[in-house]
Design a protein around this ligand. Structure first.
Ligand SMILES: NC(=O)C1=CN([C@@H]2O[C@H](COP(=O)(O)OP(=O)(O)OC[C@H]3O[C@@H](n4cnc5c(N)ncnc54)[C@H](OP(=O)(O)O)[C@@H]3O)[C@@H](O)[C@H]2O)[C@H](O)CC1
Ligand SMILES: [K+]
Length: 572
């Protein structure tokens, strides 16, 4: 994923594209040519031996890209079956369709025709892209249903698996949460990832996601009026990740002469007798991520349970809100964590003091339930922008039932309401940072800045106590003075890296102990730390694609015999 980490909505993408075209420096047909060429290039890098491909071309510009891909693959010696519609597309797609018709026929775009040509090496899905506005119906719906069949030859999706809402990762007209649609082995999208590539089932249905540069860089400022969304992808450096040149580096690399208070002091509030485990997980995570001091604060009758390791952890009883307020008179406490294993009643009692001090504060688990039990009109009255709420979907639904309902409601028209929309609206309503947990975690600030972090390969991270560790990592980074959005983003990444490093069999207890090695690798600049299993991926980069394009051009000139009419299918 070479083109940076910013995510654009489909509306931002359209605005960028139309600014580029209005500038007179590039035409729509040129952009379509570049898009189709990029897809063909990525296909040829992965399937270097020409085979038989079916190209499914829809009614608009996604279909236009499909006709361009067919031309390039044909020139490279592939045998093609192109299925398309007899509609009147826009001028660019019409031009590309016309060019293909000079090479070969267009068969009807329907499930019956597709069934007759499925015996091929590759299916190219260019039916719908960013222009999907409603649930597909009729023959196209039947064709899209055929694309869900796992026994199909590999499918390459142009921009997205067709039918996917690129703003949400949902499928218009289908049940949210349970719906799965067309699937792809490889998705080549253009310019920037869209939310639907990484949210909900979109993340799982795209297969390998490649973002092709089609030369829109000069117009990216068009999208800069809207709040920015960044993708925290394991392979993409984010501005604050502790790369040696990044601002977080000096923070993680504690100064050799630094006093422990320079690394902050995290206060983790714990619950009553027999419920201390969750808060201890948070406290261990805060210690491991480098908070200078960490104090665990249970009520006095649970204090004895917390004897024993880790010895670095301090313990101090906090009985009630006034005890907590007294403790917070010490301004060296730089961050709080309230909720894990706390008990709802105790969390509700401690909330006012925890919030009144105005210091960075993670509210998780029981603290979120306590908030949701407040009267609706006062629920968020004392929150502020240094508070981070970390709900999973169930807790989110208790706090923001209307937003949660919109996320599950089936809707026939797109764009569908997304987890990104939900997190943004919730953050704005609560006037706090909102981290909506899931395989696709979304973090949003009250001003609309957002981060998305998606993992599709860590099923073992969904384990009891993993959320407590995440809360502790955030609290530790907050204590170390990282701003809330950055602390939340980095914590989510470290959490996933820790799970990936440990692998299957993981329990939440194992997570904090992975952190030191990850930090060491980050500080030593080991780029492999971001790769799955800590190994460096042998990826295909844009340079290779550009070289391939050059080679394609040379071939096209030198071997004009390749400019032939369509060969019979399978050479029969
Ligand atoms: N963004 C870029 O810089 C570039 C994008 N390219 C490619 O273009 C598509 C987007 O193309 P667009 O024509 O806007 O949309 P689609 O091809 O996805 O959809 C085509 C039309 O289909 C109609 N539609 C929408 N939903 C349905 C439905 N459920 N059933 C039937 N028809 C539907 C809709 O038209 P209506 O007027 O009927 O609403 C769409 O307009 C992008 O994904 C890229 O692949 C460029 O080629 C390169 C530059
Ligand atoms: K598509």
């Amino acid at each position: 994923m070479p083109v940076g980490s910013e995510i654009l909505t489909t509306a931002q993408m359209r605005a960028t594209e139309s600014a580029a075209m209005s500038s007179g420096r590039v035409t729509g047909a040129e952009l379509m040519e570049r898009a189709g060429r990029a897809v063909a290039g990525h296909i040829r890098l992965r399937w270097p031996r020409p085979g038989r491909a079916v190209v499914l071309c829809g009614p608009g510009n996604n279909g236009g890209d499909g006709y361009v891909i067919a031309q390039h693959l044909h020139r490279a010696g592939w045998q093609l079956r192109v299925l398309g519609l007899a509609n009147q597309p826009g001028p660019d797609a019409a031009q590309m369709r016309q060019r293909w018709q000079e090479i070969g026929p267009i068969l009807p775009l329907d499930a019956a025709t597709f069934a007759g040509v499925q015996d091929c090496d590759l299916v190219i899905d260019a039916i719908f892209g960013t222009g999907l506005t409603r649930a597909p119906t009729g023959p196209i719906a039947a064709l899209l249903a055929a694309l869900t069949d796992p026994s199909l030859p590999p499918v390459v999706a142009v921009d997205c698996p067709s039918g996917l809402c690129l703003d949400s990762g949902g499928w218009p007209g289908r049940d949210r949460g349970t719906a799965t649609g067309a699937r792809a082995r490889l998705t080549v999208a253009f310019d920037r990832p869209k939310p639907g590539h990484v949210l909900e089932s979109g993340a799982f249905r795209c297969g390998e996601l490649v973002i092709a540069d089609i030369g829109l860089g000069d117009w990216h400022h068009i999208a800069s009026n809207a709040p920015q969304t960044l993708l925290l992808h394991p392979a993409i450096p984010t501005p604050w990740l502790p790369a040696p040149q990044g601002p977080a580096f000096s923070l993680l690399a504690k100064p050799a002469d630094g006093h422990k208070f320079l690394s902050g002091h995290a206060l983790i509030l714990a619950g009553g007798p027999a419920r201390g485990g969750a808060a201890r997980l948070s406290a261990r995570a805060a210690l491991r991520v480098g908070a200078g001091l960490v104090t665990l604060a249970p009520p006095v009758d649970a204090l004895a349970e917390h004897a024993g390791p880790p010895d670095a952890l301090m313990r101090q009883p906090v009985e009630d809100a006034s005890d907590l307020a007294d403790m917070l008179a010490d301004s060296r406490i730089t961050a709080l964590c309230l909720g894990p294993g706390c008990g709802i009643e105790r969390a509700a009692g401690l909330l006012p003091s925890a919030l009144a001090c105005g210091r960075p504060c993670v509210l998780d688990a029981d603290a979120l339930t306590a908030l949701s039990q407040r009267p609706k009109a006062e629920r968020f009255r004392d929150l502020h922008d240094k508070v981070i709420l970390t709900p999973h979907m169930g807790e989110f639904a208790r706090l923001f039932p209307d937003l949660a309902n919109r996320l599950v409601a089936a809707d026939n028209t797109g764009p569908l309401f997304s987890r990104l929309d939900a997190a943004r609206q919730a953050a704005s309503r609560a006037r706090a940072v909102l981290l909506l947990k899931g395989p696709d975690t979304v973090i949003a600030t009250p001003d609309g800045s957002a981060l998305i972090h998606t993992v599709t390969d860590l099923p073992w991270l969904a384990t009891a106590g993993a959320g407590d560790v995440l809360a502790g990592l955030i609290a530790g980074l907050l204590a170390r003075s990282l701003p809330p959005l950055q602390a939340a983003g980095l914590a989510v990444q470290l959490h996933a890296l820790a799970a990936r490093r440990f692998g299957p069999g993981l329990t939440a207890d194992d997570l904090p102990d992975q952190i030191p090695a990850i930090l060491r690798d980050l500080l030593e600049g080991a780029s492999g730390v971001f790769e799955r299993g800590g190994r460096k991926k042998t990826g295909i980069d844009e340079m290779q694609v550009k070289e391939l394009h050059a080679r394609i051009e040379e071939l096209a000139v030198a071997n004009s015999f390749l400019e032939r009419k369509l060969k019979p299918w399978g050479g029969k």
